[in-house]
Every structure is written in structure tokens, then in C-alpha cells.
Design a protein around this ligand. Structure first.
Ligand SMILES: Nc1ncnc2c1ncn2[C@@H]1O[C@H](COP(=O)(O)OP(=O)(O)OP(=O)(O)O)[C@@H](O)[C@H]1O
Ligand SMILES: O=C(O)C1=C[C@@H](O)[C@@H](O)[C@H](O)C1
Ligand SMILES: [Mg+2]
Length: 180
């Protein structure tokens, strides 16, 4: 799989982008990046702090700069933040610079997977279920419009999902090689 393109993971909070992305990169011997982690590392501050001090707008600026930098790399697996697809510029960079995989999950699973984690500021004010349902309505069409593949993560564990992605990516890449 030397000719494997960049793989970019999009999807909502708790879909498993960070967890599955790391496994996928290890499986394919690729470098792994996580835009949320990279933003936090560079700022020396966590996401709730950035939202408190700079607001969501400040975070989105940092996120766009990070997507620009990380999608410019080659042969990487990148886990994006759940809201990365909100900006047209991000959607364009993701689509143009790699193969985009939408990790789909249900709101019920998102609630279970994010319940104990305080690191997601957008879920801290209000009813998390309502917030996630509103986000789903707005963002699901954006994830779909940006992606080449949709993979469900609600019914199987991270390792099984990573294996499915490898199988499906090979199928996506091999026909191109046959036509070359
Ligand atoms: N397929 C899965 N099956 C069961 N648990 C999972 C699965 N994928 C992820 N999880 C668990 O759900 C939690 C959230 O996963 P993760 O942080 O990878 O989501 P994310 O998509 O990166 O979210 P965010 O957009 O907030 O960064 C973690 O505790 C992880 O272990
Ligand atoms: O869905 C979102 O808008 C977010 C998801 C996380 O990955 C972080 O990028 C941040 O908490 C915002
Ligand atoms: Mg993540």
C-alpha cells in the first residue's frame, strides 16, 4: 500500500476518530496526527481553556490553520475535530488532499462515549442529547458531502472498524491501479 493516499477521518464527537485513527495508522505504518491534540500541544492549553479565552471563533481559526498544515503532509492518517467540516475551506482542503472517511455513529452512542469526558466544551452548557441531535442535523450532510467513504462505528469495536477501513480503502485504491 505504498501508494495509499492521505486518510482523513471526519465525524462527530465520540465517533472514534482519535481512537480508530491511531489504530489505522499503526496498521498501515503511517504517521498519525490528531488536529485537536496538535492544537492543544502547540498552545500549551487544553480545548476548554481555548474556548474560554478565545471563544469558539478563536478555536475555529486555530483549527483551520492546523487542518491547512496537517493536510499538506503526505501519507498520513489525520483525525479531525468534530466541527472541522463546518468551514468550507476545511472541507475543500480535506477533499482535495486525501481520501476522507466519515465515521458515523448514533447520538445514543455519542452520549455514552462522551458522558464522562469534560474536554468537550460544546457539551457542557445545556442538555447534551439535544445539543448532539441539533449538531447531527446540521453536520451529517456536511460529513457526507466531504467524504469518500462512510463507515459505521456504533456496532463494533475500534479495532474491527480499523480493519474494515483498511479493507475498503484497498478496494477503493486498487481499481485505480488497474486502470493506470
Ligand atoms: N467503535 C467504538 N466502540 C466502542 N467505543 C469506542 C469506539 N470508538 C471510540 N470509542 C470510545 O469512545 C470514546 C471517544 O472516542 P474518540 O475520542 O476516539 O472520539 P472522537 O471521534 O475523536 O471525538 P472528538 O471529536 O470529540 O475528538 C473513547 O473512550 C473511545 O475509547
Ligand atoms: O464537534 C465539535 O465542534 C468539537 C469536537 C472536538 O473534536 C473538538 O474539536 C472541540 O471540542 C469541538
Ligand atoms: Mg478526537
Amino acid at each position: 500500500m505504498q501508494d495509499l493516499p492521505n486518510l482523513f477521518l471526519v465525524g462527530p464527537m465520540g465517533a472514534g476518530k482519535s481512537t480508530i485513527g491511531r489504530l489505522l495508522a499503526a496498521e498501515l505504518s503511517r504517521e498519525f496526527y490528531d488536529s485537536d491534540h496538535e492544537i492543544q500541544r502547540r498552545c500549551g492549553a487544553d480545548i476548554p481553556w481555548i474556548f474560554d479565552v478565545e471563544g469558539e471563533a478563536g478555536f475555529r481559526e486555530r483549527e483551520q490553520q492546523m487542518i491547512e498544515e496537517l493536510t499538506g503532509k503526505e501519507a498520513v492518517v489525520l483525525a479531525t475535530g468534530g466541527g472541522a467540516v463546518l468551514r468550507e475551506a476545511n472541507r475543500r482542503m480535506l477533499r482535495e488532499r486525501g481520501t476522507v472517511i466519515y465515521l458515523y455513529t448514533t447520538v445514543e452512542q455519542q452520549l455514552r462515549r462522551t458522558a464522562k469526558d469534560r474536554n468537550r466544551p460544546l457539551l457542557q452548557n445545556g442538555n447534551p442529547e439535544e445539543i448532539l441531535r441539533t449538531m447531527f442535523t446540521k453536520r451529517d450532510p456536511l460529513y457526507r458531502a466531504t467524504s469518500d467513504l462512510v463507515v459505521r462505528t456504533d456496532r463494533r469495536g475500534p479495532r474491527s472498524v480499523a480493519n474494515e477501513i483498511v479493507r475498503r480503502i484497498k478496494r477503493l485504491v486498487d481499481p485505480l491501479k488497474c486502470n493506470a
